[in-house]
Design a protein around this ligand. Structure first.
Ligand code: MRU
Length: 352
């Protein structure tokens, strides 16, 4: 059983994903500074899990506060700013801080600090519980949609699915977004095998998705990111499904760098390509993908592999962590409320 994150007696415990699958290292901390660092360094990662971690990190920060009630608002504001500065793209992080700010705003005037903190902790736990439930609902909607869209192929044989990055238990705490759909489709006998793209430079597909699939005994192959178009050309992929870090109001979707290239190739080959993401990943405040803030990460992530230098230290690097897939390339967006097939502007607004 993978225990991606938990919070008990004021301690945050998480599985440090940086060294998986080679080292299974669980970390326990009461420090919000360490928790922020865990989000920044991708020890904890994946949009829904980042949201869950952000909620608990705020609670750790509040637990460290030692001042008076009058001093609390300034401290809390700074704490939220620090947590929000950890990673810019996954909107789940801002969804979590907004939820906790709502609880704070609604209760600060009336409550003692103790009771305020208890209500905020309950809200953080609810974000966690909700993400687990969301995965189960998404999986059901996703499998039903795949049964419909790929019915004629399914009459003849089982399916091969392409996925990118890691969207499973490690990324959500539940069964997963895209990987949750894949796991349920496998359980229901729809899947022959999974193709997991390595997801350079941090290899979430090769290291993490492969690790999860192995534990579930689901047959898979890992490929280099650049192989997907060729496999599609050879008829080796029936559909693609990936997660999301932020979905704009028109359905344009930011996800791990490399997703856009898979989607373009899928479109070229007439292969359905889906996003699976909870409603907490939809950012209705922005109209389209050009407005999604895209994280740029340290150049050394490319110049080194697991600490080994593979390029000169002065090699100039462009290292966007995410790209944006225009919604016109998508067959649909599977959410925890429903599978949205086209008409994104209207449908996404309705479900948020
Ligand atoms: O940089 P990461 O590993 O946090 O990126 C994760 C992804 O891009 C996932 O595909 C996305 O968050 C969806 S997770 C269910």
């Amino acid at each position: 059983m993978i225990d991606a994150i938990s919070f008990q007696n004021g301690t945050l415990r998480y599985l440090d994903q940086r060294f998986l699958p080679l080292k299974e290292n669980y970390v326990a901390t009461k420090s919000h500074i360490e928790a922020i660092e865990a989000i920044k360094t991708l020890a904890v990662r994946g949009a829904p899990l980042i949201g869950v971690a952000a909620g608990y990190t705020v609670i750790l920060g509040i637990n460290a506060f030692q001042g008076s009630k009058e001093e609390f608002p300034a401290y809390f504001e700074q704490l939220i700013t620090d947590v929000e500065a950890s990673r810019p793209t996954a909107v789940n992080l801002f969804f979590a801080t907004a939820r906790l700010m709502e609880v704070y705003n609604a209760n600060y005037a009336e409550d003692s600090l103790e009771s305020l903190v208890a209500k905020m902790l309950a809200a953080a736990v609810k974000i966690h519980d909700d993400e687990i439930d969301n995965c189960d609902r998404m999986a059901r909607f996703g499998v039903d949609q795949i049964r419909k869209d790929l019915a004629s192929t399914l009459k003849k044989r089982k399916l091969t699915v392409l996925t990118h990055c890691n969207t499973g238990t490690l990324a959500t705490g539940g069964s997963g977004t895209a990987l949750g759909v894949i796991k349920l489709a496998w359980q229901e006998g729809l899947i022959e095998k999974v193709i997991t793209a390595e997801s350079r430079p941090l290899l979430q597909g090769l290291r993490l998705t492969a690790w999860e699939l192995e534990q579930e005994n689901i047959p898979f192959y890992s490929i280099s990111d650049s192989s997907s178009a060729f496999l599609m050309q050879k008829g080796m992929i029936d559909f693609g499904i990936v997660g999301a870090d932020r979905i704009a109001a028109n359905g344009d979707t930011a996800n791990k760098i490399g997703t856009y290239a898979h989607a373009v190739s899928a479109d070229r080959h007439g292969i359905p390509f889906y996003i699976a993401a909870p409603v907490s990943t939809i950012d209705i405040t922005i109209d389209n993908g050009t407005q999604i803030p895209i994280e740029e990460r340290n150049a050394d992530e490319l110049r080194t592999i697991f600490g080994t230098q593979v390029a000169t230290p002065t090699t100039p690097v462009i290292n966007y962590a995410f790209d944006v897939t225009p919604s016109e390339l998508l067959r649909g967006i599977i959410t925890d409320k429903k599978a949205v097939i086209g008409n994104y502007v209207e449908e996404l607004r309705k479900i948020v």
